[in-house]
Design a protein around this ligand. Structure first.
Ligand SMILES: *Cc1c(COP(=O)(O)O)cnc(C)c1O
Length: 401
């Protein structure tokens, strides 16, 4: 199979039949400006160098490639490596993308940033970077999520951001995206919208992917330098799909390396109980993008469930839908219980507390390592740290903090 990855998406924003720009006409001027600015910036050394400098000096790149010796020995199968995105400033991979888009916004002369957030991780990364770069920042967050994630609301406000409570719909992530879009339609002359995953309308899936490609590029070099060869299998959790696409992209044209995205299996794969789009979804359009979506027979978006807020969304990024269809990337899922077990296993074996999102990738990695012989190498992208999750994990497992 030959994937011409550098020419994806096409000029209209499509990965095969997935992607595109399903937006109101009022947004087309802002998107056209962004597409053109990014087309020039991605080839401009000044932009690339400033982005790299911020990634290193502010976010803390490169992140370590870590051999999980104790976990490997406990399981007795393949050797497990972790790409430590949890060590980045603000505790997850999300800051890679936020830095890229914020620097691009400044080039465009924008002085104000807006973003949506669900659990608050993207909101915190955005507020942080806006403080660093001197940009005004407004975060849209569902009222229900603000209640559930009060410490993150406080963090954003500490960094000088305004947090706007969204009171429409179910008052969660999907509603926050709608409000941010509404703001952008009216404000795009001086405002940039930093979308938080490899989702939405063109050019966001491409831009967000590009800003995370550094994860896989570093892993490639680190495997050669530290281990002397590349891994046999690579695993990442998939919400919208930004950490996974950033991790996989470098290796797409190496068919000998098996790539596996892990979705949230929730309680079980029945309507309303999970967020495994590949396992339970079909083609549709949501928030600017044609992709695989969890929906009922009338095309109404299904409610979703996952123990990890970051994987709890009804649509998967269009580039993932495309590689799944081509058969280049495989998609599996881990249930809430499996993720919680992995959360405990890594903490106990290595003294590393993973985010509940990342724990889904780990759960699959643990399951798979046991099936493979000790000469195989499997690498899991540890997308974030779990400090934010200890309270919720303890509650779900019926333990006290
Ligand atoms: C937001 C988040 C995710 C899910 O987002 P992707 O775009 O699929 O990467 C995964 N892990 C962590 C730690 C997150 O904060």
């Amino acid at each position: 199979m030959n994937i011409d990855k550098e020419n994806l998406p096409d000029s209209r924003g499509y990965f095969g039949e997935f992607g595109g720009m399903y937006v109101p006409e009022t947004l087309m001027a802002a998107l056209t400006e962004l597409i053109e600015a990014y087309r020039i910036a991605r080839k401009d050394d000044a932009f690339i160098n400033e982005f790299r400098k911020e990634l290193n000096e502010y976010a803390g790149r490169p992140t370590r490639l870590y051999y999980a010796k104790s976990l490997t020995e406990t399981l007795g199968g393949a050797q497990i490596y972790l790409k430590r995105e949890d060590l980045l400033h603000t505790g997850a991979h999300k800051i890679n993308n936020v830095l890229g888009q914020a620097i691009l916004a400044k080039r465009l002369g924008k002085t104000r940033i807006i973003a949506e957030t669900g659990a608050g991780q993207h909101g915190v990364a955005t507020a942080t970077v806006c403080a660093r770069l001197g940009l005004e920042c407004v975060i849209y967050m569902g009222e229900e999520d603000m209640r559930r994630q009060a410490p993150n609301v406080y963090r954003m406000r500490l960094c000088g951001a305004k947090v706007e409570a969204v009171t429409s719909g179910q008052r969660t992530l999907k509603d926050a995206v709608n409000e941010a879009m509404r703001d952008w339609v009216a404000s795009s002359r001086h405002t940039h919208y930093i979308l938080g995953s490899a989702l939405g309308c063109h050019p966001f899936p491409m831009m967000v992917r590009d800003f995370h490609r550094v994860i896989g590029e570093e892993a490639h070099k680190q495997f050669i330098d530290q281990v002397g060869r590349l891994p046999d299998e690579m695993v990442a959790c998939v919400g919208g799909g930004s950490n996974a696409i950033g991790f996989f992209f470098e290796f797409l044209d190496k068919p000998e390396i098996r790539l596996v995205g892990v979705e949230a299996g929730g309680r079980e794969i029945t309507q309303g109980n999970h967020a495994a789009r590949i396992a339970g979804g079909r083609l549709g359009i949501l928030q600017g993008c044609k992709t695989v979506i969890l929906q009922d027979e009338h095309g109404q978006i299904d409610p979703t469930h996952s123990v990890s807020a970051g994987l709890d969304y009804a649509a998967i990024g269009p580039e993932h839908a495309y590689y799944e269809k081509l058969g280049r990337v495989e998609y599996a899922y881990a249930t809430d219980d499996e993720a919680l077990n992995a959360f405990k296993s890594l903490s106990k074996a290595e003294g590393i507390i993973p985010a509940l999102e990342s724990s889904h990738g780990l759960a699959y990695t643990i399951r798979r390592a046991k099936e493979l012989s000790a000469d195989k190498l499997i690498c899991c992208n540890l997308s974030g740290r779990g400090d934010k999750d200890v309270q919720e994990a303890a509650r779900v497992m019926g333990e006290t903090v």
